[in-house]
Design a binder for this molecule. Structure first.
Ligand code: ZN
Length: 237
């Protein structure tokens, strides 16, 4: 069998070992993107399809920053997905807006919950909550000492009592012209995020756990628990 000399030359020109592709960052899908919500609810999550964030606004930005940092440290996309899943599950977040309908439209809670205009993320799901500045202030005061505690005020006209509640000393408070208020199409929103702190040492320890964890045979993401809830229909709301 004779090889075409032109083909042989072409082979010689080709690098003997192609450059390994650079690890791609994990693609993040906004918590407010409809297709992301549907994929999440129906268990259509796969690492190739990106990671559907469950926290919008300040929570999503915090997780995006964490994902960027982990990627820079050489984490693979599937490992970053496992990290985000673990941090999201342990975070708490509150969104106060003047319209409960807007929070419902955004899929943060179902219908038939009255006019309450506060959504609370806790134990891995969004639920309606009463608008209670005192409770928010207590959370901000307790959270700032032991976790990442950040608040955000977006749009214009947020009630002063609610802003003051999340703006306790030690809470990083950001003021945004657009932010979540624009995404939810409401005049203003006030957000409070309490997320587990991940100093360098604990992030490295977590990476070791994630790297040695068994991988879900369906979506390929390392599982820190006994089974994968990312790709199970209805497990992630
Ligand atoms: Zn899975």
């Amino acid at each position: 069998m004779t090889a075409d000399p032109v083909d042989v030359l072409r082979l010689l020109e080709a690098p003997t070992r192609p450059e390994p592709p650079a690890a791609r960052p994990l693609r993040l899908i906004s918590a407010l993107a409809t297709h992301g919500r549907v994929a999440r609810a129906e268990g259509l999550a796969g690492v190739g399809a990106g990671y559907e964030l469950r926290l919008p606004g300040i929570g999503g930005r915090y997780l995006a920053g964490l994902a960027g940092h982990a990627h820079e440290q050489g984490w693979r996309a599937a490992e970053v997905a496992a990290l985000l899943d673990a941090v999201e599950g342990r975070a708490s977040m509150w969104i106060v807006s003047p319209s409960a309908a807007a929070l419902r439209r955004a899929g943060l809670f179902g219908s038939g919950v009255g006019r309450k205009a506060c959504a609370r993320w806790s134990a891995g799901c969004w639920r309606p909550a009463p608008v209670d500045p005192d409770a928010l202030a207590r959370v901000a005061a307790a959270g700032r000492a032991r976790a990442v505690c950040a608040g955000a005020v977006s749009g214009a006209g947020a009630p002063r009592r609610i802003v003051e509640a999340v703006g306790a000393d030690g809470v990083q408070l950001g003021w945004l012209d657009g932010g979540l208020a624009v995404s939810l199409r409401v005049p203003w929103t006030v957000e409070l995020l309490v997320a587990p702190a991940l100093p360098g040492g604990s992030l490295m320890a977590l990476r070791e756990r994630i790297a040695s964890a068994p991988r879900c045979s369906w979506c390929g993401v390392p599982m820190l628990g006994p089974d994968c809830r990312r790709c199970l229909p209805g497990a992630r709301t």
